[in-house]
Design a protein around this ligand. Structure first.
Ligand SMILES: [Zn+2]
Length: 334
């Protein structure tokens, strides 16, 4: 079995009525939530399912479009409605395609939103079948004006995530800063910042020893900079990257787009901490790598071409995802 642990329903998020609702909301016109037909939901997934089939990906963990989460905008109440709309669409898409998708939610984070309210969203959507949640370690649109996300102000979120056994995916969102395009910089800054803050936050992982974080995009800079972080961790008495990986608190995915970086990922990070991900039809749809004549985001080929044994590939392709996301089992056909 092959599980893509990192996918976004981008085309669904781009439905004109969904985008129109958010634009109206942010303009102060709080319209009724749009009623998207099952036919439109199904149509938005045709391309994704076709790509999954061509790459022999059985199941994908799907969440709302990351850029469109953008919960630095609006108000806490508006963002709760926005998150509910997106999550309800994800849930419907998963139910319409049994055995193919597993729902991962977004949260109505906002700099002024009490984290207890975000924790209640985790409880509500987990009860409806969600298995994990994207959690933006910034939440201020690239301004990075909040306190580190690992602080006690977010403890209600961590209490809920640990109690319900749902991982938090540290995924960036929209950037208001034109120096930091969202997919090229802001997401990776979120990955790097998430990794380093977890190394710095000894209290957090002591207080929540079973909390699990997923750092997307190959762990950000982890494959290239793990040596630097080992050094600084020793220098500053932080937890080392090896410690937070080894303790089972931090995991990464394989969303890196060439052979060399995939090999570096397998070298830097223990295999039990690596989950297959490809953002199938998400980040850069249809863009072809001239060397492979295939889509850059067909990360399957880089894993397939690696020197991992068949048993190790199985860990990366499926077993790790099933272990790290225990609630996914109800969505996956045996
Ligand atoms: Zn993503």
């Amino acid at each position: 079995m092959i599980i893509d642990s990192h996918q976004h329903f981008v085309r669904l998020a781009k439905h004109p009525e969904v985008e129109g609702f958010r634009q109206a909301q942010l303009a102060g016109r709080n319209l009724d939530v749009p009623n998207i037909s099952d036919a439109d939901v199904a149509k938005s997934l045709e391309q994704v399912i076709s790509l999954m089939d061509s790459r022999a990906i059985d199941v994908a963990f799907a969440s709302p479009r990351a850029k469109a989460m953008a919960t630095h905008e609006g108000t806490p109440d508006q963002n709760a409605i926005w998150a509910d709309l997106n999550n309800s669409l994800i849930l419907r898409a998963c139910k319409l395609n049994p055995g193919r998708f597993v729902p991962v939610g977004m949260l109505g984070q906002h700099p002024s939103c009490p984290s207890a309210q975000v924790a209640r969203q985790i409880e509500r959507w987990t009860n409806d079948g969600f298995v994990a949640f994207n959690f933006d370690p910034d939440g201020t649109g690239g301004r990075w004006q909040n306190q580190p996300f690992t602080g006690k102000h977010n403890y209600p979120v961590f209490e809920a995530a640990q109690a319900l056994d749902v991982p938090l995916v540290l995924h960036g969102s929209e950037s208001i800063n034109k120096n930091f395009p969202h997919t090229a910089v802001q997401y990776l800054v979120a990955d790097i910042t998430g990794s380093v803050q977890l190394m710095m936050a000894k209290d957090l992982l002591r207080d929540f020893p079973r909390l699990r974080f997923l750092i997307p995009h190959g762990g950000g800079a982890l494959p290239c900079q793990i040596g630097r972080w080992r050094a600084i961790a020793k220098y500053n008495s932080w937890a080392s990257p090896d410690e937070i990986l080894g303790n089972g608190n931090v995991f990464v995915d394989t969303c890196v787009y060439n052979d060399l970086n995939m090999r570096m990922l397998f070298d830097a990070v223990p295999l039990d901490n690596i989950l297959f991900g490809s953002e199938c039809d998400g980040a850069f749809p249809g863009v072809v790598n001239d060397e492979t004549k295939d889509h850059y985001d067909n990360t399957r080929r880089y894993v397939d071409d690696s020197k991992l044994s068949a048993a190790d590939k199985n860990r990366v392709y499926a077993a790790n995802a099933q272990r790290v996301y225990p609630r996914a089992s109800r969505w996956i056909k045996a």
